[in-house]
Design a binder for this molecule. Structure first.
Ligand SMILES: Nc1ncnc2c1ncn2[C@@H]1O[C@H](COP(=O)(O)OP(=O)(O)O)[C@@H](O)[C@H]1O
Ligand SMILES: [Mg+2]
Length: 571
């Protein structure tokens, strides 16, 4: 048995992902530094032209300076392009690193966090984070530390110029803070209503047939419209706020730039500065204010990314990656339930109460009982889909949670009541999309499910594309394919939730045969059934009622006991 150390739970996987890109981020920051120093060249050029070329009237100096400036601009452009490319790649790297985690969240959110959590939100959040990291947004952060340099240089030109630029910076910075305060709520609301909107769209896509048949489109359209209006209103508020502040800061910057020229001209008149200083001051101030102004412009995507990051961290914290358990051998002897209480995800109210039972390899249990008695809940707990609130489900003495998901899937076969096939070929669905599945395994599973012949008759046989949810198959065909998927790889524990619901006599015979086969190969089968005909091949029967196991024992005994009083009422 290989003991593997559980990985330390990281407090923030996003920060960790960014840390792995530290080299690239440092490079981008260094490039920003070089760029900012190079940006001084415009101001120096102006100083030289005004104060040297114009006074000395030397064409050669002018040509030399101009060529030099052109070269600097070329280098500047190249560095800027590289800096942008680095950030784009950092965004992609963060995304690539977090994508499996986001997929895990999407797959488990509904099972662990319960309703009210949007399983698609982590994907959207990661998009927002990547989008911001890959944009020009982060460059404003890199440029920001250079602002003081430009301010100091302005002070060197003339104290009054320095003071004016400093005040300008502070005012623009204040606008940034105001933008933050005014835009936070509407930007959060925009994200929330966008999620609600896509939730309705998704449900509409899923239920298109019912909507069409029962003329529900107008009514649902009104619901969609209401949510959409909320989204548009929030988006309008957020955009208005950000755009208004961005415009104010742009106008202010333009005014400041003219103002500084005026101040420069005044200083020239007072013979306190040269014309070159006047022009250079204007350029330097432009450089000092640019990152602050850009920050206001990027504020919306920055806040959206920051919120997305916070939500994503929170969700990851809520649904931590289970520590990789030690690898246990697959079970082969028995299944035991001890005082199991279980309920829907996110709810504390149990649906099944204190179930205890035990089955040995080679046994099969039929679970009967009225609708809503908790049969499907039991099936979910047995197959590890829902975790018990209390009590334990053990295979060979180890709780289900002691195997990791992949290993557990290898010895559990589950046919959910709503079947749940995926867009893909019949063979891929039976093979559970495992890339290492062989054709022999797939056909063996189909034969065990009595579905081989039916599948061969499909237009492309095992390679038939069945569409999302198996839409191109009939209900019975879907159920047979899902039964084959449950039997794929000869799992030790096979849980079938109403496998006969859509089947004809031939299909029922196939289910009976499949259960017999599981027992012969020393597995355990559990069949949830509505009709007694479905449990022909089981040796044990349990009767569920109001979430409790009312009777449990050898099949004929239990059936005799429960069917006798029920004869009178038709089912
Ligand atoms: N996802 C769920 N969230 C909340 N309640 C649920 C959920 N699934 C089932 N229930 C409730 O649990 C009870 C038992 O349901 P279920 O196990 O599906 O019964 P059965 O399969 O016997 O018809 C029902 O009252 C049902 O409303
Ligand atoms: Mg059910």
């Amino acid at each position: 048995m290989a003991f593997r150390q559980a990985p330390p739970t990281t407090p923030d996987p996003i920060a960790e992902a960014l840390r792995t890109c530290r080299g690239a981020l440092v490079a981008a920051a260094v490039f920003s530094g070089v760029l900012n120093v190079l940006m001084l060249s415009g101001a120096i050029y102006m100083l030289q032209v005004y104060d040297r070329v114009l006074t000395s009237r030397s064409q050669q100096t002018l040509i030399g300076l101009t060529l030099l400036l052109a070269l600097v601009f070329l280098v500047q452009g190249a560095l800027d392009i590289i800096r942008q490319k680095i950030l784009t790649r950092v965004g992609a790297a963060v995304d690539r690193r977090l994508a499996p985690e986001v997929f895990r969240l999407t797959a488990t959110m509904a099972l662990r966090a319960g309703p009210g959590h949007d399983a698609l939100q982590p994907g959207r959040d990661l998009d927002a984070v990547r989008g911001f990291v890959s944009s020009l947004g982060p460059t404003t952060f890199f440029d920001m530390p250079w602002v003081p340099l430009f301010v100091v240089l302005c002070f060197l030109l003339h104290p009054w110029i320095g003071a004016a630029v400093l005040v300008g910076c502070l005012v623009l910075f204040a606008i940034t803070v105001l933008t933050e305060r005014a835009s936070k709520a509407p930007i959060t609301e925009t994200a929330r209503s966008a999620a609600a909107r896509s939730g309705i769209a998704e449900a509409t896509r899923r239920n298109a047939e019912a909507i069409e048949a029962m003329g529900m489109r107008t009514a649902l359209s009104a619901r969609y419209g209401a949510v959409n209006d909320r989204f548009l209103a929030a988006n309008e508020r957020a955009t208005d706020v950000v755009n208004t502040y961005a415009t104010v800061s742009r106008i202010l910057r333009m005014a400041l730039q003219s103002g500084i020229l005026g101040l420069g001209a005044y200083l020239v008149l007072m013979e306190q500065a040269t014309p070159g200083v006047m022009i250079a001051a204007s350029i330097l101030m432009g450089r000092a204010l640019a990152p602050i102004e850009a920050a206001v412009g990027y504020w919306k995507s920055f806040v959206a990314a920051r919120e997305a990051r916070r939500r994503l961290s929170h969700t990851m914290h809520l649904l931590p990656r289970p520590a990789d358990p030690i690898s246990l051998p697959p079970p082969r002897r028995m299944l035991t339930l001890e005082q199991v209480f279980a309920g829907a995800p996110g709810q504390t109210q149990p649906i099944i109460h204190g179930l205890s039972l035990s089955l040995l390899a080679g046994q099969a249990l039929g679970v009967i009982g009225p609708s809503a008695s908790g049969k499907s809940t039991l099936a979910r707990v047995l197959s590890g889909v829902w975790h018990p609130l209390r009590g334990s489900v053990r295979l060979d003495g180890s709780e289900l949670s002691q195997w990791n998901d992949e290993a557990r899937g290898g010895f559990i076969g589950y046919l959910p009541q709503d079947i749940a096939l995926f867009d893909g070929t019949v063979a891929e669905n039976i093979a559970r999309f495992r890339p290492d599945a062989t054709s022999e395994q797939v056909v063996a599973a189909a034969v065990a499910a009595g579905a081989d012949e039916m599948i061969r008759r499909l237009h492309a046989g095992y390679e038939t594309r069945i569409g999302d949810g198996g839409v191109t198959l009939s209900g019975g065909q879907r159920q047979r394919v899902a039964l084959a998927r449950a039997l794929f790889g000869d799992p030790f524990l096979v849980v079938l939730d109403e496998p006969n619901a859509n089947l004809d006599a031939e299909g029922e015979a196939a289910v009976t045969q499949a259960i017999r086969h599981v027992r012969e190969r020393q597995g355990i089968a559990i069949v949830i059934a509505h009709r007694p005909s479905a449990i022909a091949a089981v040796d044990m029967v349990g009767l569920m009622k109001d979430g409790r196991l009312q009777a449990f024992g050898p099949r004929d005994e239990v059936l005799k006991k429960v069917l006798a009083p029920q004869r009178k009422q038709p089912t």
